[in-house]
Design a protein around this ligand. Structure first.
Ligand SMILES: Cc1cc2nc3c(=O)[nH]c(=O)nc-3n(C[C@H](O)[C@H](O)[C@H](O)COP(=O)(O)OP(=O)(O)OC[C@H]3O[C@@H](n4cnc5c(N)ncnc54)[C@H](O)[C@@H]3O)c2cc1C
Length: 399
């Protein structure tokens, strides 16, 4: 097979890239190890920044998002000390004039798959043995075994590595030029999906001496809730009753006239937390985008948005190269994308370390005092609130 761009991985980064290239008249072939049903069934991110929403709307993917998504002006930040729970609303629109949208990654994936199907572009699901070849040359190729067991080769002008944290693309950048930075956090999130109407109008980020909790939502009838747990936590130890008890305690059920509504839990999983950045994001004609190049802890709701921002830049760069013959944007892709990646990496780390309790190994609660001081500052100072709001609602793509 021959195409202009082989896209490895059909998560949000790969699917959106194929859509953007298609609109620019650039042919692509998409390869994915999983089945479409499996990809659609993965419960992951749910918050879209304003620039992600603007981009999706601009490229014809905003219709269902506008109809079924939920615009949020901000978030609540909350902390509990002794018998007192303080909850403050932080209004992004007031502070920086931008909002965020709650729209599940599964819904966005559905829209992206439908767009690809409508465009009649090739996608190979359930492939195996994916290997990248000659990526430093102008004629790279990718080999794979298709779902019928046939070996295939796709030759292209460029390869987009959109295959997430565990895919093969990142390793195709030689170790002599690759550099990585990593922080593994001493906690994880236990996430549950519950068939119950959200108990709040906007997300609640709660600091609690027993650990962080987040009240989030996917729709008017589905809540998404998280609890800070140990990184090696066994999900089997968490019965539904134990989950609801911990959420009630940490989110402050019964305090200040607020109550947490409960419902059937339909999904339960543990999500480890790490920050990881691999550079460069381009090597020859191989371009990394999304989780293939970087991972952030989910506290700042950045993973999906970073994937979207990467492929917005990449589609522009590949179009300039393959349609107009101009290599400048391809040359600066890694540098351009990494500016935003590091900003979001810092913000995600900042939110994470502000909100998660750490074991006091020195016999005092120094970290907790700093966290509470930071929370008070962010919720009482315009400058503090505006900094959080600007980063959470998202900087422009191309920042
Ligand atoms: C469990 C979980 C929960 C998360 N929750 C949140 C959240 O609450 N908020 C938030 O902002 N972010 C969250 N994230 C992060 C967010 O979902 C990701 O940042 C986002 O999915 C990145 O999109 P992507 O397309 O780059 O990568 P992915 O979505 O990982 O897609 C990569 C694709 O490549 C495919 N692939 C892998 N190997 C190969 C191969 N060899 N050949 C072909 N295809 C391959 C994979 O099957 C996958 O479909 C979560 C992530 C996980 C894992």
């Amino acid at each position: 097979m021959r195409t202009r761009v082989v896209i490895v991985g059909a998560g949000p980064a790969g699917l959106l890239l194929s859509h953007l290239l298609d609109r620019a008249g650039v042919d692509s072939v998409l390869l994915e190890t999983r089945s479409p049903q499996y990809v659609l069934g993965r419960i992951r991110a749910g918050v879209l920044e304003s620039s992600s929403v603007d981009l999706l709307t601009e490229v014809g993917l905003g219709e269902r998002l506008a109809r079924e998504g939920d615009e949020h002006r901000g978030i609540y930040l909350q902390w509990t000390e002794g018998q007192d729970t303080e909850r403050h609303h932080l209004d992004f629109v007031d502070h920086v004039g931008r909002s965020v949208w709650v729209y599940g990654q599964t819904e966005l994936t559905k829209d992206l798959m439908a767009a690809r199907e409508a465009a009649g572009r090739q996608a190979h699901y359930e492939v195996a043995d994916v290997a990248l070849h000659d990526v430093a040359s102008e004629r790279p190729s990718v080999t794979f075994t298709d779902r019928n067991g046939r070996r295939q080769r796709v030759e292209a002008d460029a390869v987009a590595g959109c295959d997430g944290f565990h895919g093969p693309s990142r390793a195709a950048v030689p170790t002599s030029v690759r550099r990585t930075w990593e922080r593994v956090y001493p906690y994880a999130w236990l996430g549950v999906l519950a068939d119950v109407a959200p108990s709040t109008d906007e997300l609640v980020y709660a600091w609690h001496p027993e650990g962080f909790a987040l009240h989030s939502m996917r729709s008017a009838t589905v809540s998404r809730l998280y609890l800070q747990v140990a990184p090696d936590e066994d999900v089997a130890q968490w019965s539904d009753d134990r989950v609801w008890d911990a959420l009630a305690t940490r989110l402050g059920h019964g305090r200040n006239g607020w109550s947490l509504e409960q419902g059937p839990i339909t999904e339960k999983s543990v999500l480890p937390m790490r920050s990881h950045v691999a550079t460069p994001m381009r090597h020859g004609r191989l371009f990394l985008a999304g989780d293939a190049a970087h991972i952030v802890p989910p506290t700042g709701a950045k993973g999906l948005n970073l994937a979207i921002a990467d492929v917005a830049l990449l589609a522009r760069a590949l179009t300039a190269l393959l349609v107009d013959g101009s290599p400048a944007l391809v040359g600066s892709y890694s540098e351009d994308a990494l500016r935003r990646v590091w900003r979001c990496t810092h913000f995600s780390w900042w939110m994470t370390t502000m909100l998660h309790t750490v074991p006091a190994d020195r016999g005092d609660d120094f970290d907790a005092r700093l966290q509470l001081s930071q929370l008070r500052w962010v919720t009482s100072s315009h400058a503090g609130a505006a900094g959080l709001a600007e980063n959470y609602a998202g900087l422009p793509i191309g920042f």
